[in-house]
Design a protein around this ligand. Structure first.
Ligand SMILES: C[S@@+](CC[C@H](N)C(=O)[O-])C[C@H]1O[C@@H](n2cnc3c(N)ncnc32)[C@H](O)[C@@H]1O
Length: 333
């Protein structure tokens, strides 16, 4: 028998697609709405093959994602339920789809990266977002994954971000607005501008309508490599610096310093490695996916504060959240 840590790692290749398929076929939504049910009843309700479904449910039970009663009824564990319920802000369905359909097919590239290095394989001018936004379907898939990853944590981060004293938030690479929306809900006097690539605008429009924020949530199309950032008194970077190498981060933070009004602040929101780099697991895993999908990496809090200092933000504070995405605040004089 394998040690459990090795067993979980080895069998992840089966578990992740099963979790994704069960989600896509509404198994968790059904169990959440209908309560505990047997495999044959779930299969009948969702028009699935009962034998295949039961095998999938048994695997998820062994992982303690589902609970199986002695009468053969399955239920979703209360600790994971919010993350698997499409109606809950913590739902990770879009992130799972991204991992299975976008990240997993890229993993064979790691072999070539190992032998030759990423730059030699991809070329020095690789543009990660041209690939992620290659068509309507993959653009929506990526932006949905971002919303699913970022909206729930943003509600806590907005409360940590000193936003009630700000008037205009610039959310750099703000995508469909998970942080901007949380910030506007948290600080009723605030206005927010998402600055992002032009392709993102139609999807941000959907958010403005869905959240009835057309008058306070604005969009400025642009490219942060060639354009200056719009001016504001709070400049946010959520999961942006982890997409890019240090010299690019330094360039972006210098632009943020120029765009930041006096006594304003910058918010860097990202996963953090702990100082020993022994974890957390999610940061180590996503550090590798950054290598596959972007040009970036994950950093420690000290590495972020050094980048902020160099860009002119003389006072920095690290504010850890209860989740995976943390906040480093840099204050402008
Ligand atoms: C990893 S996503 C982060 C989304 C969001 N801030 C969050 O925290 O979930 C990176 C974002 O940067 C945007 N982006 C990438 N390159 C850009 C560029 N050159 N100029 C402006 N935005 C860019 C992407 O469109 C995307 O919305």
């Amino acid at each position: 028998m394998l040690p459990s840590n090795l067993e979980t790692a080895v069998l992840g290749v089966i578990t992740t697609p099963v979790l994704h398929l069960a989600d896509r076929h509404h198994v968790f939504a059904h169990l959440t709405a209908a309560g505990p049910a047997r495999a044959e009843d779930i299969a009948q309700a969702l028009r699935l093959d009962a034998d295949t479904l039961e095998r999938m449910l048994l695997l998820l039970t062994a992982h303690q994602i589902l609970h199986r009663t002695p009468t053969g009824h399955y239920e979703v564990g209360p600790d994971v339920q919010p993350f698997l319920d499409p109606g809950d802000p913590h739902y990770i369905g879009g992130f799972l789809t991204h991992l299975v359909q976008e990240t997993a097919p890229r993993t064979p590239a790691l072999g070539a990266y190992l032998r030759h290095g990423k730059t030699a394989v991809d070329g020095p001018d690789a543009r990660p977002f041209a690939s992620l936004y290659r068509d309507e379907q993959s653009t929506r898939r990526f932006l949905t994954a971002m919303w699913d990853l970022s909206y729930a944590p943003s509600r806590e981060l907005a409360a940590l971000g000193d936003l009630t004293t700000s008037t205009h938030l610039i959310d750099v690479g703000g995508a469909t607005g998970p942080f901007a929306v949380a910030a506007l809900h948290h600080a009723p006097a605030l206005e927010a501008t998402v600055f992002d690539l032009p392709q993102v605008e139609p999807y941000l429009d959907e958010t403005r309508k869905a959240h009835r924020l057309a008058d306070r949530l604005h969009f400025t199309p642009g490219d942060f490599f060639t354009d200056e950032l719009p001016e504001g008194d709070c400049i946010a970077f959520g999961y942006i610096l982890s997409d890019w190498p240090d010299p690019t981060c330094a360039q972006l933070l210098r632009k943020a310093h120029r765009a930041c009004r006096p006594h304003g602040h910058v918010l860097v929101m990202d996963r953090l490695f702990d100082d020993t780099r022994q974890g957390p697991l999610a940061t180590s895993a996503m550090n590798l996916t950054m290598h596959l999908e972007t040009q970036g990496r994950h950093r420690t809090a000290h590495e972020f504060t050094a980048l902020l200092h160099d860009a002119g933000f003389t006072r920095c504070e690290v504010r850890e959240s209860s989740g995976d995405k943390h906040l480093i605040v840099g204050y402008s004089d």
